[in-house]
Design a protein around this ligand. Structure first.
Ligand code: GUN
Length: 305
């Protein structure tokens, strides 16, 4: 039997609608709406698409959006100065630095310039420390979205065996900690993991965040498992014929071989329309929470936990 599809687009839209309603209430009662600044350095095509979508979602939610685009040859000092200026700006509630940054810029130094109170991506040392310590705080958006998606299938994840493939700062490590917070038993797999297929087959919840197209095969999936595919990989698709420039068209695939895995899993996220929209929904949620904490506004109902 084919797995249930986890519709990240619809679930993300529901969260965005809730953020929009809460923002409208703040506008009425406090006379102000949260403001989010996004910093994009360089011309990475995928990052440009992500930032455009983030700006649009922010505006659609009734928040103010400020996009700062710097050229690929901007110096590290220029980027740090911009992040420091936005951190100090009392009008701005959230600051997001789109990653990856160009190679000559040290991401850690840039993130160190970010006020943790405005860290809506949950990537600063302070946010990561709070997550590790189990203290409330702004959580990284993509992993937070993964947990929300898994909980739409099974509300109580306690005791589930969760395997996260990938140990990045952006996804893998925080995802493991967030599933631990849900009382899952967690394992983080990486390039040195022995017998990855066997480890994957032990997972009630399998989170794939490796960035390698269709690496996770259907035979690696435990029957009935929840499969969350974080991968967004562009691959050539000659079967679609030539594009405008004569080169083969491309298509987006995840880290999981979807058609195979769908035959085995209990529930699975598609790519696209799975995890991606959840990242943006959680970003808006974090921006609302950051604004309330910073401005001393009460947390809107439904956003407490
Ligand atoms: N690049 C890819 N995903 C993300 C994300 O969630 N946040 C940031 N800042 N950069 C990204």
């Amino acid at each position: 039997m084919s797995a249930a599809l986890i519709d990240g687009e619809a679930i993300g839209q529901r969260i965005r609608d809730e953020v929009k309603a809460a923002t409208a209430r703040l506008e009425q009662t406090k006379g102000a709406a949260p403001e989010l600044a996004v910093v994009l350095v360089g011309e990475d095509p995928a990052s440009q698409i992500y930032v455009r979508a983030k700006v649009k979602n922010t505006q659609d939610a009734g928040m103010r959006s400020h996009a700062h685009r710097l050229p690929a040859d901007a110096t590290e000092e220029e980027v740090i100065a911009l992040v420091a200026r936005l951190s100090a700006d009392p009008q701005i509630d959230g600051v997001l630095v789109q990653l990856p940054l160009p190679k000559h810029i040290d991401e850690a130094r840039v993130l160190a310039a970010l006020d943790p109170a405005k860290d809506v991506d949950g990537l600063t040392e302070a946010s990561a420390g709070r997550l590790l310590l189990g203290k409330p705080g702004l959580r990284p958006c993509t992993p937070a979205g993964c947990v929300i998606l898994a909980r739409t299938v099974t509300r109580d994840l306690a005791g589930a065996h969760c395997v996260v493939i990938g140990r990045s700062i952006l996804v893998g490590k925080p995802a493991a900690l967030l599933f631990l917070e849900q009382n899952c038993t967690i394992a983080i797999a990486h390039s040195r993991t022995r017998d990855l297929p066997a480890l994957c087959r032990s997972a009630d919840i399998l989170v794939a965040a490796v960035g390698r197209p269709e690496m996770i095969r259907g035979a690696w999936v435990k029957p009935g498992a929840i499969v969350i595919d974080v991968g967004i990989n562009r691959v050539p698709a000659p079967e679609l014929g030539p594009g405008k420039d004569g080169a083969p068209k491309s298509r987006i695939v995840g880290d999981v071989a979807f058609a195979e895995a769908r035959e085995i899993a209990g529930a699975i996220t598609p790519v696209p329309r799975g995890v991606g929209p959840m990242t943006r929904a959680c970003l808006l949620r974090n921006t609302l929470l950051a604004a309330c904490a910073r401005r001393g506004w009460p947390v809107p109902p439904g956003f407490e936990g």
